[in-house]
Design a protein around this ligand. Structure first.
Ligand SMILES: [Zn+2]
Ligand SMILES: [Zn+2]
Ligand SMILES: [Zn+2]
Length: 136
């Protein structure tokens, strides 16, 4: 599916920002903060618009949010089977202590855990820390 088709399938109107934003997230090998996104966008938009677009992507299941070591939100494109309001990104995230980047590790699945009776788990996260390929 092309970026345009993907956006349409989630009910988005096609704008230059949305197309470029989603392309940017899909091409990046690591999760991007809003500031990084803004630096790389070629379309001229204000911060509030970028913020709204990122949040709309998250709600629609196009991108998921990860916190970096300092608690800043980073965004990464979803693999494709995430739905509106329901993410299935069951992979670990790697936080590099040297460069501060956060990477999606699709090949590292989250361990299956069983929660006690009466608890209903909706999400789990696994954050690994260390040094990334570029920093090792
Ligand atoms: Zn997702
Ligand atoms: Zn690094
Ligand atoms: Zn991820």
């Amino acid at each position: 599916m092309t970026v345009t088709e993907l956006l349409r399938s989630k009910g988005f109107r096609i704008t230059a920002l949305r197309t470029e934003l989603l392309t940017l997230l899909q091409r990046s090998d690591r999760a991007l903060t809003q500031a990084e996104v803004e630096q790389q966008l070629r379309v001229d938009v204000d911060r509030a618009t970028v913020f709204r677009a990122l949040n709309a992507f998250e709600e629609a299941g196009l991108a998921h949010r990860v916190l970096d070591g300092s608690g800043t939100s980073c965004f990464a494109a979803c693999a494709g089977d995430c739905d509106e309001g329901h993410h299935k990104d069951a992979h670990a995230h790697f936080h590099c202590r040297k460069c501060g980047s956060v990477f999606c590790l699709p090949s590292v699945e989250l361990p299956k855990v069983k929660v006690p009776r009466g608890f209903r788990m909706e999400q789990s996260q696994l954050e690994l820390q260390g040094t990334c390929k570029a920093c090792t």
